[in-house]
Design a protein around this ligand. Structure first.
Ligand code: NAD
Ligand code: TYD
Length: 339
């Protein structure tokens, strides 16, 4: 049995990771430490919460004493750090919390892991640390780090901090840098769920700038399988890019979603561009493919249709987010489980 600390496991990617892992294996004891910011939603983990090898702890990764208490209590073998402020637009409105959580919080996890010892520490980073590409080329692991938004600058800092703990202290650090994810349970501030939900509600679809910014999309399960494999087979001190070679201009995705929902393109509304808007991201994932044997299983065409279907079937889930009711889930379900 391995004891695993997962941070930020009530968010989009972390909750999918926990749900996926707990259906596939019972040799992991998962402790999910999450602050439950606006982005955390315990309803995502309804099924996992029934499992005896899953425990939720509400708390902040910046809380050194709490993190230390958990290390003493559970003697973690692995840490997977998903916890972060993750939305670029919010980082433009206010950057301090991004620095606090993404940089300082990661530092707390690294310091405590160093103090108590750990078998593996995986830092979930992002392709946004590389900055923006022109019309050609791909991000490789040796592309210079050149982040442009307060979000990506904080993630770059955290990822380099983690790597510095490998170089300086010989800690067993692994770093993954993935492209844009989509799938179930994504908070509806991000492009794909926002466009699906607005279309369903016949609300305007705000397209930043000319709509021709390009992102490289990956289905969340493919990202999470890559994380599991890097944890199993990755070399310490190494970075692994993760991407599914699905580059697409934003406007094309929006039109696909409208088509899948049988809605009119008249809903599209071009709006003022995001300040400092990165033009293009595209990932070269040959390293993870050659060294670890990972490849995505889902094509964009199939997985976007599955995702649209999921949001159609789970209107109650996103309605509770829109009304704010999801914030009560913790109190109702977990009131007696605070430590
Ligand atoms: P998310 O915003 O959906 O979830 C973040 C989670 O972290 C939430 O549950 C939140 O409550 C929790 N959290 C925030 N601050 C915390 C703190 N101080 N202490 C404990 N918990 C805290 O984010 P996501 O999209 O699931 O992303 C997860 C990770 O993956 C992030 O590190 C992000 O940078 C990275 N990433 C995301 C994408 C993407 O497309 N979404 C792509 C590549 C990498
Ligand atoms: P987003 O989902 O915020 O991810 P990121 O900025 O981390 O890549 O945005 C994806 C792309 O969609 C990005 O180019 C900005 C654009 N976008 C819009 O055009 N309109 C929107 O309302 C949002 C949220 C994003």
């Amino acid at each position: 049995m391995k004891n695993i600390l997962i941070t930020g496991g009530a968010g989009f990617i972390g909750s999918n990771f926990i749900n996926q892992i707990l259906t596939n294996r019972d040799d992991w004891q998962i402790i999910n430490l999450d602050k439950l910011t606006y982005a955390g939603n315990l309803e995502n983990l309804k099924e996992s919460d029934k499992k005896s090898n899953y425990t939720f702890v509400k708390g902040d990764i910046n809380n050194f004493e709490l993190v230390e208490y958990l290390f003493q209590k559970y003697k973690f073998d692995y840490v997977i750090n998903f916890a972060a402020e993750s939305h670029v637009d919010r980082s433009i409105l206010g950057s301090a919390i991004f620095y606090q959580t993404n940089v300082m919080g990661t530092n707390v996890l690294l310091e405590v892991a160093k103090k108590y010892g750990i078998e593996k520490f995986l830092q979930v980073s992002t392709d946004e640390v590389y900055g923006s590409l022109g019309t050609t080329g791909l991000f490789t692991e040796s592309t210079p780090i050149s982040p442009n938004s307060p979000y990506s600058a904080s993630k770059a800092s955290a990822d380099m901090m983690a790597l510095s703990f490998y170089h300086t202290f010989g800690m067993p650090i692994l770093v993954t840098r993935c492209s844009n994810n989509y799938g179930p349970f994504q908070f509806p501030e991000k492009l794909i769920p926002l466009m699906i939900i607005n279309s369903l509600n016949d609300k305007k679809l705000p397209v930043y700038g000319d709509g021709l910014n390009v992102r490289d999309w990956i289905y969340v399960d493919d990202h999470n399988r890559a994380i599991e494999l890097v944890l199993e087979k990755g070399k310490f001190g190494e970075v692994y890019n993760i991407g599914a070679s699905s580059e697409m201009p934003n406007i094309e995705i929006i039109k696909m979603i409208l088509k899948l929902l049988n809605k009119s393109e008249e809903l599209i509304q071009y709006v003022k561009d995001r300040p400092g808007h990165d033009r293009r991201y595209a990932i070269d994932s040959s390293k993870i493919s050659n060294e670890i044997g990972w490849a995505p299983l889902n094509s964009f065409e199939n997985a976007i249709a599955m995702t649209v279907e999921w949001y159609l079937k789970n209107q109650a889930w996103w309605n509770r987010i829109i009304t704010g009711e999801y914030r009560n889930y913790f109190n109702v379900q977990y009131g007696e489980r605070l430590i």
